[in-house]
Design a protein around this ligand. Structure first.
Ligand SMILES: *Cc1c(COP(=O)(O)O)cnc(C)c1O
Length: 230
């Protein structure tokens, strides 16, 4: 179990070096430990090693972990979200990274109003057109943002993407760069800065490249907890 603390340290060092290479401050990047298939004891180890943000991608799996670990850690929901699960998230999810359709925005709005709680969300963008991945195509993004623009209970804070897995992380660089450039283009067009504050991109295999390209949130599972086994 010691291993987890050592891995957290190693990931932080790699994150810091990548940030410095890009002329950024390491503190600008939030390290989210992805805990799918990871037991509570292991998450606790990571938290003891300084992890402050945890990412879950299944609502049912997250509930008992939230109950055990409480609100000392910041909980991020990063997986595909079914509308009928939204109501269970209100009590604990600080951020939702996977807003990808109008129907989900409407349900978040409804449940936000019910709970009296504003959601912080990132809009998921699919930059590669892979059928297997969720997310809006870049050209769908502006009309989508316009449609959800006057939601009272939704606060868009950024964009998220999942890059295709490649053996060579350099190959994912263009995907991360595209997400950054998309955010930059929106800013130039006058979309509020606050809506584009975050770029959630980069996983175990490619987070350094993502940090170099401007990630403010990286989602790292395997590099902290070891291989998941399926
Ligand atoms: C599992 C998962 C990750 C973490 O993947 P690793 O390769 O284990 O770091 C990040 N983002 C999402 C959306 C995931 O489902």
């Amino acid at each position: 179990m010691r291993e987890i603390a050592a891995r957290v340290r190693a990931v932080r060092e790699r994150l810091a070096r990548a940030a410095l290479r890009a002329g950024r401050r390491p503190e600008e990047v939030k390290l989210i430990a992805v805990t799918k298939n990871v037991p509570v004891e292991a998450i606790r180890e990571a938290v003891d090693a300084g992890i402050a943000a945890v990412g879950e991608n299944r609502v049912q799996e997250a509930q008992p972990k939230v109950a055990a670990l409480g609100r000392d850690v910041e909980w991020h929901f990063i997986g595909h979200l079914q509308t009928n699960k939204v109501k269970y998230l209100a009590a604990w999810a600080s951020y939702i990274h996977s807003l990808d359709r109008l129907r989900l925005a409407q349900e978040l709005e409804k449940q936000g109003a019910r709970a009296g709680r504003k959601w912080r969300v990132l809009v998921q963008v699919n930059l590669t057109g892979e059928e297997s991945k969720y997310g809006l195509a870049p050209e769908q993004l502006r009309p989508f943002l316009e449609k959800i623009g006057d939601s009272a209970w939704l606060e868009v804070v950024g964009l998220m993407t999942i890059a295709p897995f490649t053996a060579d992380p350099e190959e994912t660089r263009p995907v991360f760069r595209q997400l950054r450039e998309l955010a930059e283009a929106l800013r130039r067009e006058g979309w509020p800065q606050t809506m584009l504050e975050h770029l959630s991109m980069g996983m175990s295999n490619d987070f350094e490249v993502a940090v170099e390209e401007g990630a403010t949130m990286i989602r790292v599972g395997t590099a902290i907890f070891g291989p998941r086994g399926r």
